[in-house]
Ligand binder design. Structure first.
Ligand SMILES: [Zn+2]
Length: 133
């Protein structure tokens, strides 16, 4: 099997996250001490360092924060997908997440703007976002 660079290595801690993603659910981590959510998943709260952190289903809603069209990436499987849109989105629950914006066919970069409403979708078990219908 060819090496892939778009799927993180899964360990015992992140398995819960990736198992949920495979079922089409986006999970975030919520801190019981300060109440704030974070992403990517960590075993402690990055805001207050509490270990009282649990999994929670995210709404899947987000807004576009910043993005960039990637025209060259030699790492598989990205090379076959160029151009694609690498993006940072603000989840409705608060955390900021690095992801990709996809659409029907080729997403038009010209149609993207900061604050654009997005919703999560899954590609081969990896959460990505598309403009909200
Ligand atoms: Zn906290």
């Amino acid at each position: 099997m060819d090496a892939r660079f778009d799927v993180p290595e899964i360990d015992a801690f992140t398995r819960t996250y990736w198992d949920a993603a495979a079922e089409g659910r986006l999970l975030i981590r919520r801190c019981g001490a300060c109440g704030r959510a974070h992403h990517y998943p960590r075993e402690f709260c990055p805001h207050c360092w509490s270990e009282d952190v649990t999994w929670q289903d995210a709404s899947g809603r987000a807004t576009l924060y910043t993005w960039s069209a990637v025209h060259h990436n030699d790492l598989p499987p990205f090379a076959a997908r160029t151009p694609y849109i690498a993006a940072v989105v603000d989840l409705a629950e608060g955390p900021r997440m690095s992801t990709e914006v996809v659409g029907e066919g080729q997403v038009q970069v010209q149609g993207l703007r900061a604050g654009l409403e997005l919703e999560v979708t899954f590609r081969e078990g990896v959460p990505v976002f598309r403009p909200k219908a």
